[in-house]
Design a binder for this molecule. Sequence first.
Ligand SMILES: *Cc1c(COP(=O)(O)O)cnc(C)c1O
Length: 488
Amino acid sequence: MNNTYYGKLIFELSKKGRVGYSLPKNEFATYSTTQLPDHLLRKSGTILPEADEQTVVRHYTNMSNNNFGVDTGFYPLGSCTMKYNPKINEEMAALPAFSALHPTQPASTAQGALKVYYNVQQMLSELTGLSEFTLNPYAGAHGELTGLMIISTYHQKRGDLKRKKIIIPDSAHGTNPASAAVCGLEVVEVKSLENGRVDVEALKPLLSDEVAGMMMTNPNTLGLFETEIPEITRLVHECGGLMYYDGANLNPLLGVCRPGDMGFDVMHLNLHKTFSTPHGGGGPGAGPVGVRKGLEEYLPSPHVRKNDAGQFYLDYDANSLGSISSFLGNFTVILKAYAFLLSAGREHFKLMGPLAVLNANYIKEALKDVYELPIEGLCKHEFVFNGLKDKSTHVTTLDIAKRLLDYGFHAPTIYFPLLFHEALMIEPTETESKDTLDSFIATMRTIAEEAAQQPNVVKTAPHHTPTKRMDDVKAVKEPHLTYKSYTA
Ligand SMILES: *Cc1c(COP(=O)(O)O)cnc(C)c1O
């Protein structure tokens, strides 16, 4: 592209002496530009770029155009539920009545905000079949840590101090073992069967009076429903452990079934996946944690409750595990979830899960003759291919992901889960139209043809993006994170 501003750093556009303002010589007697005392006046120039306003605007606008987001195109990132976020949610979160609140103002003056908070707690309880929710955790992993702390606190309060082991399936998201380790628990891995589900027979010998509980993701990271849940929860409860549900992937089950009804004791949700909040750039999230009846007192504080007079207040329960965030967590994310829940309503919420499942299966069936599908059958919200069916081309999953960028699609999740060599994990979500799914399918088929006929085109992709293929290893070994080190 022949654009002066395109792909340039603002430092490269800098011209000595260029400014984005021109202050008039002051003519008014009441105001003088020489008001500042001499010792406060800058004596030498800054090392900031010097540019006029127009250059700055074009620079940042061009940069924003180089970005790929769910607002620019299809983003089928498996495990991350990148669904479209309705803009009304942003408008609601920006309302001054909410955005101008101060976190330390008395609860009596923030009743509206606390009502939103309380209502979201209640709605999540209804959707999941659990008794009570905290919205304080900042993310899914933070919710896992909070949930595991609730499990640990429960065992400790009962004087059952031996329980330090947590069982986690080999297909689990990496945050599960990481959160368990941060919580001071010892991770015990349980294997999956060929069909991708937890192996109940492999679980049995792991159970003992040292087991604090078991974490399960459902549908699991292969997009499969864990069919043995009733037996697994029975076994873990029988040995005195609690069942933890990683609900980051709850999207396909919305309106279909509830973790509380399956016998789970503690769970987390990702508001920034299932309940619509832009994510992917490390922005604010929320990982609410729900518990079954009997565990409510251990929830973190403060907890929002309603008294008999209908007033909302902050509760600091004596048995609470304590504070896990500043104030009540990321309130704007909760507001967006509330707007999302209300605008969808019960009847549309019931459609989200089934449509997410339909879209995933539609893509899977349309591509499984050219991409290798290691586990056949109906999937839930996502599925995993193991690279191209024809391995003779030596075109890898990484090559396919890079080539998709040339065609204007965000790449799916690649090389996760670790169960297959060339994992390519696709999650379309329910918000995409059939037209989008069809054009993605056509592109994936085109890439498969290219791989067979001109593999080099795929192996050297991307060709049409602002930056070409990265040297991943070098980027890790020699990260240039500032302009100075870039030019040095
Ligand atoms: C995304 C995800 C998490 C972690 O959520 P974060 O908000 O990124 O911390 C945990 N488990 C599963 C299954 C996930 O998909």
